[in-house]
Write a protein that binds this ligand. Structure first.
Ligand code: ADP
Ligand code: ZN
Ligand code: MG
Length: 503
């Protein structure tokens, strides 16, 4: 609704958006101790003296967290420095028992990268300031009369990704989050679940008169969906514009997104940068990635989503929209490519194979996954494997089974975990394509449907084409029914036509 108003304010003011995104890395254990890292466990069950901050304990770096962090950094075109280390960030809050958080400050694991935003009419490079590894804090649950603490999350590996203020609209920031989410899921380093908090974003935004540089920034917290990132930012751009229009100033502050009222509200003012008194963590050595470590990072860099969309578009002559839909999940793109390969092996032309597989995947399979509550990410273990899908599509293409029985075959494959050919044989669903066999049935129906046949002729004589086609369809239907839906409708139609035109 207020989208139109933004365009007027962006003409007058330039907007700047920088994001700080936190992702939970999918390590089995926490970043500085051996406790299990999991969401939803019984509170305070995954804790130990290290993550509870007892005096005298020593943290030990989880190398896998460092590796996954570096993997994300490389996917975002960041440089991994020769030496990276940790600092203590001091602050006092009950969710942080040590009164400091181990984080990175002077030499984070990933530095000076970039991301290209592409799609939805957006084409823009966003610079990545840095990626740093840190420990998450515990979770505070406020009840009416008390505040409860759950430290299961304390010490969980967290990677913070910071962008330069290069974005200008809520739509760009939304796309950034969506692309990042897809990327970390492709890499298998984070599940990207924003509702469970495994991907959280804080959005910074300011506006100013064009050419005057950055304005006074407002930070919006509490954004647990990419849509809220968009809505929150666009709301702020409008609100700040209205303040400047009215000759007021924008207060530098932290605001919260209120999803019920679709607006941001002040949380605290942040006039000066907080002094965290960062100093190097004395209990952890400097990390110097060696050749083997760097190689294992590079080896894990799978083809990233945007590249894959482009390749699928070119290699399979798909539209950008189709390629984008297929590439939403890595497992789905894998499924598509495997099924096309198999369908070609079954003898289908590449173009035909692509068309059939894409249609089947994006309609029938998608629908079934939705109905059965199976995530597209789990397509790797779907009972209709790419090979089975390809053979079913080839059987339908070659007319061995009708479209209708093909759909039923699909259902039976899922229910019985058997190959489509087996199901079709067992159910006797092979389509009848032998013209002689079909002619026998056509003759029988023709003889039994005397009055209808006479009526078609009469209608034809009067030039009533509408009535002719309705009656022809009726006769074809009768033949199909007599064969249990197995006769090839095309051949039946041709034979009926021939008969009607005789005499
Ligand atoms: P802080 O010291 O408050 O953490 P930083 O300078 O570290 O601020 O920046 C945090 C985030 O805010 C980054 O993503 C950065 O791009 C963005 N940012 C900084 N200044 C501005 C500004 N004036 N307008 C919009 N975004 C900004
Ligand atoms: Zn622990
Ligand atoms: Mg900062």
């Amino acid at each position: 609704m207020f989208e139109s108003k933004i365009t007027t304010s962006t003409k007058k003011y330039q907007s700047f958006i920088g994001l700080e995104v936190h992702i939970h890395l999918l390590t089995k254990t926490k970043v500085f101790c051996g406790c299990r890292s999991a969401f939803g466990d019984e509170p305070n069950t995954n804790v130990c003296p290290v993550c509870l901050g007892y005096p005298g304990v020593l943290p030990a770096l989880n190398i896998e967290a460092m590796r996954l962090g570096c993997l994300v950094a490389r996917a975002l075109n960041c440089r991994i420095p020769e030496r990276t280390w940790f600092e203590r960030k001091q602050y006092f809050y009950p969710d942080m028992t040590k009164n400091y958080q181990i984080s990175q400050f002077a030499s984070p694991l990933g530095q000076e990268g970039y991301v290209d935003l592409q799609g939805k009419g957006i084409n823009k490079r966003v610079r990545i300031t840095e990626c740093h590894l840190e420990e998450d804090a515990g979770k505070m649950i406020h009840t009416g009369t008390a505040s409860l603490l759950d430290y299961n999350r304390a010490g969980v590996s967290l990677l913070e990704i910071v962008t330069e203020p290069d974005m200008e609209t809520g739509e760009e920031a939304e796309l950034f989050i969506q692309q990042l989410r897809r990327t970390v899921r492709y890499l298998g380093v984070c599940d990207g679940n924003m509702e469970e908090g495994s991907l959280r974003a804080d959005a910074n935004v300011s506006i100013n008169i064009p050419g005057k540089g950055l304005g006074k920034k407002v930070e919006i917290k509490n954004l647990n969906s990419s849509r809220f990132v968009k809505l929150g930012l666009n709301y702020e751009i409008r609100r700040q514009g209205e303040r400047l229009d009215a000759g007021k100033v924008v207060v530098q502050e932290t605001r919260l997104w209120n999803e019920n009222r679709d607006e941001t509200a002040p949380m605290r003012t942040k006039e000066n940068a907080q002094d965290y008194r960062f100093f190097p963590e004395p209990d952890l050595p400097v990390f110097t990635p060696d050749a083997a470590f760097l190689k294992s990072v590079e080896d894990s860099l799978t083809e990233l989503p945007l590249k894959r969309v482009k390749r699928l578009e070119a290699e399979y002559a798909l539209t950008e929209e189709q390629a984008d839909l297929i590439c939403e999940e890595k497992a789905q793109a894998d499924y598509f490519e495997a099924a096309v390969r198999e369908a070609i092996a079954e003898g289908l032309e590449q173009r035909d194979a692509v068309k059939r597989v894409a249609n089947f995947l994006l309609t029938d399979i998608k629908h079934t996954l939705h109905q059965e509550g199976i995530a597209a990410a789990d397509l790797g273990s779907f009972k209709l494997t790419p090979k089975r899908a390809a053979s079913l599509l080839a059987l339908m293409a070659k007319g061995v089974v009708s479209g209708k029985n093909g759909k039923q075959t699909f259902e039976a494959v899922l229910a019985e975990d058997k190959d489509p050919q087996v199901i079709i044989k067992e159910r006797n669903w092979e389509q009848i394509t032998d013209p002689v066999k079909i002619a026998e049935v056509v003759q029988k129906v023709y003889a039994a449907e005397g009055p209808s046949v006479a009526e078609v002729r009469e209608a034809a004589a009067k030039g009533n084409t509408k009535r002719v086609s309705a009656l022809t369809a009726y006769l074809v239907g009768k033949v199909l029914a007599a064969t249990g839906g197995r006769a090839d409708p095309k051949i039946v139609g041709e034979q009926i036509q021939d008969l009607l035109q005789k005499e």
